[in-house]
Write a new protein. Structure first.
Length: 366
């Protein structure tokens, strides 16, 4: 890829007035991203249907200048850039309608790991929460999982720390540029994450300061990057509950540990369970079992498909054989079968005993 194309990809995320959703819509109408930065406003207007006043307000030159500085910083500091159309972009996150256009990553390439679990909770937590994470990470240590959290104080930090202690690669999602770890007291933890085969990830440029508004927004990456989200401890309101709601919106599994009705740090988890927004779990075995990760299922290498399967059903079987399990959204993308039709096909395959569900939302070969 040329340096110019790299700059344009980063510049897209810096255009004034264009967020992730609008950027994706604009790109879908263009033959390539270069057109957006090298054509006249009139030409872009004709191609995209956007008004000339809106296009003029994008400030393309300013965006290009910022992108050049970002790319230079990336090259000097070993930071990789992941554009949402690239094969290296997190496949789980790409399914989310508000996925960032560009991600910046320092550390190991873990973004498309086979199994990814988000562990979140309150900044203020109890010893009960710490003990839960100790057991959780110990139980996950042999499962091939990568953990994801937000590098915040409290449960996030404990989750990263015990992931490292149990030799689990962990990914920290920052609410600032990768050159500004926040809170500063977690700078050493961030270094340890990198030293132990983990990664730091952010959608924010090197020029972005850790402002309060960024942190609830980055939670969508925590949820979207992961197969499931585990809420360890949470008050009645807080970022962990935002992450849980986002995971539900993305059709991902949510798990929560119950706690005492008299303990403020368990109020949020108890509410999630009571409102049926999360599966109640008490240990790592519950989570592995619900996700179907508790034991290796032998692949049916030479499965002879019954003659009564339709071509569409055979296609779905073929796709599922290539994966441990898939969400319905993933099956829609890979099979090109409309959601309305896919529901009936999956139900039929379940009734025929060909497929099953891991925890209600993911499908797998029986």
């Amino acid at each position: 890829m040329s340096k110019t194309s790299e700059i344009y990809r980063i510049a897209l995320s810096k255009l004034n007035g264009i967020g992730p959703i609008r950027a994706a819509q604009v790109l879908s109408k263009l033959e390539n991203i270069n057109f957006l930065f090298e054509s006249t406003l009139q030409e872009i207007k004709i191609q995209t249907g956007l008004s000339e006043s809106f296009l003029r307000a994008l400030k393309r030159e300013e965006a290009i200048n910022l992108a050049e500085k970002q790319l230079d910083f990336n090259h000097k500091n070993g930071i990789s850039t992941h554009f949402f159309l690239d094969s290296t972009y997190p496949r789980r996150l790409r399914q989310c309608i508000d996925a960032p256009i560009v991600l910046y990553c320092r550390g190991e390439d873990l973004l498309n790991s086979r199994r990814m679990l988000a562990i979140v909770g309150s900044r203020m937590h109890s010893s009960y929460g710490t003990e839960l994470i100790k057991e959780l990470t110990l139980g996950l240590s042999e499962s091939g999982v990568v953990t994801v959290s937000g590098l915040a104080l409290g449960i996030d930090s404990v989750a990263h720390d015990y992931s490292i202690k149990n030799n689990i690669p962990t990914v920290a999602i920052l609410g600032s540029g990768l050159n500004q770890v926040f809170p500063k007291r977690n700078t050493k933890l961030a270094q340890e994450i990198l030293a132990h085969g983990g990664a730091l990830l952010s959608e924010y440029s090197v020029f972005s300061k850790p402002v309060r508004e960024n942190f609830p927004v980055r939670n969508r990456i925590v949820a979207g990057l992961s197969d499931a989200t585990i809420v360890v401890e949470s008050r009645e309101k807080g970022g962990a509950l935002i992450t849980a709601d986002l995971a539900n919106d993305y059709n991902r599994d949510v798990f929560a540990y119950p706690g005492s009705v008299h303990q403020q740090y368990s109020a949020g988890c108890n509410a999630l369970i009571r409102q049926q927004k999360a599966h109640l779990v008490t240990n790592s075995s519950d989570i592995l079992s619900m996700l179907g990760w508790d034991k290796a299922r032998p692949r049916q290498q030479e499965l002879s498909l019954p003659v009564n399967l339709t071509p569409e059903e055979k296609l779905l079987i073929s796709i599922l054989k290539q994966h441990e399990s898939l969400y319905m959204d993933e099956l829609v993308i890979q099979s090109c079968i409309p959601t309305s039709q896919l529901h009936g096909l999956l139900l039929g395959l379940e009734l025929k005993g060909q497929i099953g569900r891991t925890s209600g939302t993911k499908y797998r070969i029986n």
